[in-house]
Write a protein that binds this ligand. Structure first.
Ligand SMILES: Nc1nc2c(c(=O)[nH]1)N[C@H]1C(S)=C(S)[C@@H](COP(=O)(O)OP(=O)(O)OC[C@H]3O[C@@H](n4cnc5c(=O)[nH]c(N)nc54)[C@H](O)[C@@H]3O)O[C@H]1N2
Ligand SMILES: Nc1nc2c(c(=O)[nH]1)N[C@H]1C(S)=C(S)[C@@H](COP(=O)(O)OP(=O)(O)OC[C@H]3O[C@@H](n4cnc5c(=O)[nH]c(N)nc54)[C@H](O)[C@@H]3O)O[C@H]1N2
Ligand code: SF4
Ligand SMILES: [Mo]
Length: 759
């Protein structure tokens, strides 16, 4: 027998989207291995990718549109009925309340951003103006700071940096940069390089670090302020870089000069000498990169911490050289313009009811329920949700569910009947990410940036449709595309690609609003002229054109004269294409400022830094512990895998507790306990581990989802979180800082295999 072919695809479980190859057995993803031809991952995968058949073929898959009955149960209906009714009800909301009352959430998860293009077209057709996704509960504080400083997204060249700082980030488990584990191992074993980890927990990454700054939870601002003060005190700022590349450092440097290092070291619980050693190492290294993630972005002072983190590498001149930080090209934008980058376009946009700041076009996740559960005339009336599970992933799930129930219409597009789908009026079953063309826009490498368009490896499961087709059918019912325009573009597409390019850009020039519908128009016209199996790739042609316009030199250096050549290469190379090639000196061109300098002064954050001095420790009354609700572990992957059996270990997602707290509370590994917060309580299984410091406890993310066959395991973390603890600037939740207490339960310890703290 000949061996089944290996098909090219990608892992969809985290933003790395490692290239994989899949061997099918019928419809089963029988064997999976890393794809050596993938430009970024080069053959690497972690263990989670090997279990992707749980996603593809689990019992959770839906095969018919569902409509909710008045009693809350669902009935199967056909696609025509579903889309006909949805079109009618959307139109009714629009006519009665205005299209801007239809709120959009999601539009892509960890592996699928092509559907999101079409949701934009639907938004445009309905006149909807407000949307959000998971980034507005993690990254918007950082995006706001990025916008003010340079107007772009930064990342680090971790593979070549002499010193790397991970701030509330555990890449051993969560990855987020290519080949994270080999890169960490190399960093750890090289005596000339230094890994610094700031984390209250002795995470897998912290255990490998040269310097572990084991802060008290939620005190990173004091620790970073102290490190910056040491840099200033010891004359370690890069004055040349500051003079050549920045404006407005005086105010913040003055504020940092006043930081009392000894006192702040005490506040954050890290020995002063260790803070000084870390600061000196950063101040004297040839190259430094830093990575901040959820540990600080979902904790007190998060936006201030983002600023202090960026000051560490800016004031020491660690930008724009190998081994340092960089700005990069984008194949397609992941969000709207960031705060200060689009100073004109997005400044001052606020939500209609509570006036919360909209950053990068995203409504803060914690505000959404508040924008609905009110009798304010501007409240949202309907919600469209795709590729997201906000009734599980947003703070205070019970309140979010109540908000969904208060709407006139909720439509969910998903592969499964999720916690969110249960509150929908209609659930539309999408084809899986292995049954359609897919891609992600998490493309953030430099100097070579790559993009992968993955072909389907299977036909859609009967009863499901790929998102482009779902949206096309709905938009046709809504009469979204002007018929004359469709006719002109269809005709041009039949003629030739250059004729189409001209017709398309003429149409955009005549009426820029055409861009809003572009994904739909391209699917209907250019797509219809392509061979049928390529139809869904047509919107990528549009993105390739924009990419070539935005980065003409870098795209040319990558070997493509124009957007057409780039698009053809994308289709020809399913493992991925390097779409921009830069030199390190080009990095300044990505600074979206006329003078190409960093605008360092952010007065409101400088003021916040000054106030740290008088900031009282949070008094937690009945809740003496800090719960980190949502830790990334070997067996977590947001809520993408729904079958609890995918977890070979830690099926219940144990509550991690320090030995000191366990002894005080009379708990042992395997004990049952009640975990109580201001918002709720849950029964948990305890794991006693010296990863945790006293006073700090932790639950994994992504658990507590139900499965039709195997039920639910573990705790849904947002049953325990509240809407009120959030960043004052960005509105991002403090999932990693939930005041809590643990009460032992009388049950005998559950027999369990020993749990190791390793990966
Ligand atoms: N295995 C796995 N990998 C994933 C995911 C997954 O679900 N599973 N999800 C992906 C997604 S969506 C994201 S956003 C990333 C997130 O990736 P990470 O941010 O790395 O993930 P977390 O484990 O949530 O948090 C990181 C660390 O923050 C620490 N922390 C908690 N409180 C504090 C604090 O007050 N200060 C500091 N300094 N640290 C603190 C925790 O101990 C933890 O080690 O992971 C991605 N990768
Ligand atoms: N307490 C707490 N809450 C958290 C976090 C935390 O650490 N603690 N982390 C936050 C973070 S960083 C993130 S990123 C969010 C993640 O939360 P969400 O963005 O809400 O998303 P996921 O859990 O990734 O869910 C993705 C959904 O997409 C569906 N899906 C998969 N493939 C397809 C497809 O091809 N088409 C369609 N239409 N749907 C598909 C899946 O079935 C699933 O329902 O959670 C956040 N919530
Ligand atoms: S690192 Fe992320 S994308 Fe890569 S194999 Fe693991 S889960 Fe998948
Ligand atoms: Mo995330």
């Amino acid at each position: 027998m000949t061996e089944a072919a290996w098909r090219t695809s990608a892992c969809i479980l985290c933003e790395c989207n490692c290239g994989i190859e899949i061997q099918l057995d019928g419809r089963r993803l029988a064997r999976i291995r890393g794809d050596k031809s993938h430009p970024a991952s080069a053959g690497y995968t972690c263990e989670k990718a090997l279990r992707l058949d749980h996603y593809q073929n689990g019992r959770h898959r839906l095969t018919s549109p569902l409509r909710r009955r008045p009693d809350g149960t669902f009935e199967e209906i056909d696609w025509d009925t579903a889309l006909g009714e949805i079109a009618q009800r959307l139109t009714a909301v629009k006519d009665t309340h205005g299209g801007e009352k239809i709120f959009f959430f999601g539009g892509g998860g960890q592996g699928n951003h092509l559907g999101g293009l079409h949701t934009r077209a639907l938004q445009s057709a309905l006149g909807s103006r407000y949307f959000s996704n998971a980034l507005a509960q993690e990254k918007t504080g950082e995006m706001w700071v990025d916008g003010k400083l340079y107007g772009g997204h930064t990342k680090g060249d971790f593979e070549h940096a002499e010193v790397v700082l991970f701030l509330g980030k555990n890449p051993w488990q969560s990855h987020s940069f290519p080949r994270a584990r080999p890169a960490l191992r190399e960093l750890a074993k090289d005596p000339d390089r230094t890994m610094i980890v700031m984390d209250p927990r002795r995470s897998e990454t912290a255990a490998m670090a040269d310097l572990h700054l084991q802060v008290r939870p939620g005190t990173d601002a004091w620790c970073l302020a102290a490190m910056l003060a040491v840099l200033i005190e010891e004359g370690l700022l890069d004055r040349e870089f500051i003079a050549a590349h920045t404006t407005g450092t005086e105010g913040i440097v003055e504020a940092l000069t006043e930081v009392p290092v000894t006192e702040y070291a005490e506040r954050c619980g890290v020995p002063e000498e260790l803070i000084r050693t870390a600061a000196r190492r950063i101040g004297t290294a040839v190259s430094v990169t830093t990575y901040e993630d959820l540990g600080t972005q979902q904790a007190p002072h998060s936006t201030l911490v983002s600023y202090l983190n960026k000051l560490l590498w800016i004031l020491t001149g660690n930008f724009g050289r190998p081994g340092t930080m960089y700005l990069h090209s984008a194949f397609a934008p992941l969000t709207g313009p960031s705060a200060g980058g689009g100073r004109k376009s997005s400044r001052g946009r606020r939500t209609p009811v509570t006036g919360a700041k909209i950053i990068a076009g995203l409504v803060p996740c914690n505000s959404i329920a508040e924008e609905i559960l009110t009798d304010h005339p501007e409240r949202f009336r309907a919600m469209w949700i795709e590729s997201a599970n906000p009734a599980h992933s947003l703070a205070d799930s019970p309140t979010f569910a109540r908000a969904l129930d208060a709407l006139d219409l909720v439509v969910v597009v998903d592969v499964a009947l999720t916690e969110t789908g249960r509150h929908a009026d209609y659930v539309l079953p999408a084809a899986s990410q292995y049954e359609k063309w897919e891609a992600t826009f998490f493309n953030s490498e430099f100097p070579h940036n790559s993009f992968q368009l993955r072909p389907p490896v299977l036909d859609p499961l009967p009863g499901t449709l790929p998102e482009p087709e779902i949206y096309a059918r709905l938009l046709r019912r809504l009469g979204a595309a002007p018929p004359e325009l469709l006719a002109t573009l269809t005709e041009a597409a039949r003629l030739s690609r250059p004729a189409f390019t001209k017709a398309f850009f003429d149409a955009v020039a005549a009426d820029p609003a055409v861009l809003g519908l572009a994904p739909h128009l391209l699917y209907e016209t250019l797509g219809a002229a392509l061979p049928e199996h390529l139809r869904a790739t047509a919107p990528v042609w549009g993105l390739a054109q924009l990419c070539a316009l935005n980065h003409p030199d870098a795209v040319r250096r990558a070997g493509f004269a124009d957007g057409d050549e780039l698009f053809d290469a994308i289709l020809e190379r399913p493992s991925g294409v390097t779409f921009t090639v830069d030199e390190w000196s080009d990095v300044w061109n990505y600074v979206r400022r006329e003078d190409r300098r960093f605008t360092v002064d952010i007065p409101e954050l400088t003021e916040w830094l000054r106030q740290l001095k008088d900031d009282e420790p949070r008094s937690c009354g009945d809740f003496p512990l800090v719960l980190a609700a949502g830790e990334r572990r070997s067996f977590t992957a947001n809520t993408i895998y729904r079958d609890p059996r995918w977890r070979r270990r830690d099926r219940d997602g144990a509550l991690r507790v320090s030995p000191a707290d366990a002894e005080r509370l009379g708990l042992a590994t395997g004990s049952a306990a009640r975990l109580v917060t201001e918002r709720g309580s849950a029964q948990v299984v305890v794991e006693v581990t010296d990863m945790m410091r006293a006073g700090h406890i932790s639950l994994p993310n992504g658990l507590g989802v139900d499965h039709p066959e195997h039920g639910s395991a573990g705790v849904a973390p947002n049953e325990l979180t509240s809407l009120h603890h959030r960043d004052p600037v960005a509105g991002t939740p403090w999932h990693k800082y939930v005041p809590a207490r643990v009460e032992p339960l009388e049950t005998a310890p559950v027999a369990q295999a020993p749990v190791s703290s390793g990966g």
